[in-house]
Every structure is written in structure tokens, then in C-alpha cells.
Write a protein that binds this ligand. Structure first.
Ligand SMILES: NC(=O)c1ccc[n+]([C@@H]2O[C@H](COP(=O)([O-])OP(=O)(O)OC[C@H]3O[C@@H](n4cnc5c(N)ncnc54)[C@H](OP(=O)(O)O)[C@@H]3O)[C@@H](O)[C@H]2O)c1
Length: 178
């Protein structure tokens, strides 16, 4: 079975984007020149499973940024034609998190990077997230798109380590206790 892993940044009050989806607040002064470990994390992943909201945001960045396979989970985009620079790199699937993990496992993926607030919540509700690297940005947005949401029962986490950066970012690694 493919395991699912999260690397995400949130405001101190737990939002991953402003209500309008903007993420300009993610890199406070000095954060853009720090190594927060994303490349190291991403090098261990076989591909990304992302929500439609995150996919649509990435599409606004210009050239497609990922060199690994990307699965977008979406009902709305199922069957739509992808831009040519995403050809063979991106696939849209209309399926559940568990089915997505089963399908990528058949392709040989060992580890999937799961991205997008609603999608991460959905994976969590189904007990499918193995670990989380959560970077706290020193800002309180007051409102926005939440990282976490309702769960059928509380999830216990094992704290692995916490690091802080001169910019004020605080990064914690957790494993989900099965
Ligand atoms: N701070 C960070 O590190 C970070 C990281 C990633 C993203 N973001 C930001 O977060 C925003 C997007 O996050 P989001 O929470 O709004 O959306 P999301 O999780 O990226 O996408 C949610 C959409 O995915 C589709 N989906 C398919 N299967 C699903 C399932 N089982 N559970 C949930 N969704 C499923 C649905 O679209 P359909 O209706 O088409 O099915 C749903 O509306 C963007 O603004 C992005 O920039 C921030």
C-alpha cells in the first residue's frame, strides 16, 4: 500500500490560504532564502495527489512546476482537457482517497504527497495520512481556508521534532499514531 504524507504551511490560527485563496503571507521577510526542507521531502515522494483547489492555484503559477506525476482528485474537472505543458504529467481522477492510493500503488508508488486542505481532511477522516510536516507562519489571518476540519474521532500524533527559522517560521514533524 502506498503511504500518504503531508508537507504544508499554515497560519498560527490554522489557515492554509486566505478566504480568496491567496497565499502571499506564506513567505514573511527572509523566509524565501531559507531551506525549509521541501526539496528533501519531495525527493522521497513518488508523486502528488492534490485537490482541485490546489491544482487550480498551481495552474496560476505559470509553467507547470512539478517533475513527478500528479493526480488531481476532482469531480468537476473529470474528463476535461489539460494544458499541453501538463500532458503526461497530470491526471484527473474522480475517485475516493482510498481508491486513489490503491491505483497509485499499482503504478509502484511507495509514498504519495497529499496536498490541499479539503483533500488532506478527507484523507485524515479515512485514517490514510502517515505523517505531517507542518510549518507555522507567524501570522494570524483571522479567516481563511482551514487546514483541519471535523473528524469522526480525535487523531493522536507523535511529535518527532520541531525546528525554528530566523524568519519566524516554526516547523514540526508528526507521525499519526495508528
Ligand atoms: N499553505 C499551504 O502550504 C498550501 C498548500 C496547498 C494548497 N494551499 C492553498 O489552499 C487552497 C486550496 O485548498 P482547498 O482546501 O480549498 O482545496 P483542495 O483540498 O486543494 O481541493 C478541494 C477539492 O478537491 C476535490 N476533491 C476530490 N475528492 C475529494 C475528497 N475526497 N475530499 C475533498 N476534496 C476532494 C473537490 O473538487 P471537485 O468539486 O472538483 O470534486 C474539492 O472541492 C488554494 O488556495 C491553495 O493555494 C496552501
Amino acid at each position: 500500500m502506498t503511504t500518504a504524507h503531508v508537507f504544508i504551511a499554515a497560519s498560527l490560527d490554522g489557515f492554509i490560504a486566505r478566504t480568496d485563496g491567496s497565499i502571499d503571507w506564506l513567505t514573511p521577510n527572509g523566509a524565501d532564502v531559507e531551506d525549509h526542507g521541501f526539496e528533501s521531502f519531495f525527493s522521497q515522494m513518488d508523486g502528488i495527489i492534490m485537490g482541485r483547489g490546489t491544482y487550480e492555484k498551481v495552474c496560476t503559477f505559470g509553467d507547470w512546476p512539478f517533475d513527478k506525476p500528479v493526480i488531481v482528485l476532482s469531480r468537476n474537472l473529470a474528463g476535461s482537457t489539460l494544458p499541453s505543458d501538463q500532458d503526461k504529467k497530470v491526471r484527473i481522477w474522480d475517485c475516493s482517497p482510498a481508491e486513489a492510493l490503491e491505483r497509485v500503488a499499482k503504478e509502484g508508488w511507495m509514498r504519495a504527497y497529499v496536498d490541499g486542505g479539503k483533500l488532506i481532511q478527507s484523507f485524515m477522516r479515512e485514517g490514510l495520512i502517515a505523517d505531517i510536516i507542518l510549518t507555522r507562519i507567524p501570522v494570524i489571518l483571522g479567516a481563511g481556508l482551514p487546514l483541519f476540519g471535523p473528524l469522526p474521532e480525535a487523531l493522536s500524533l507523535k511529535h518527532i521534532k520541531t525546528s525554528s527559522f530566523p524568519s519566524g517560521l516554526v516547523q514540526s514533524n508528526y507521525e499519526i499514531v495508528p
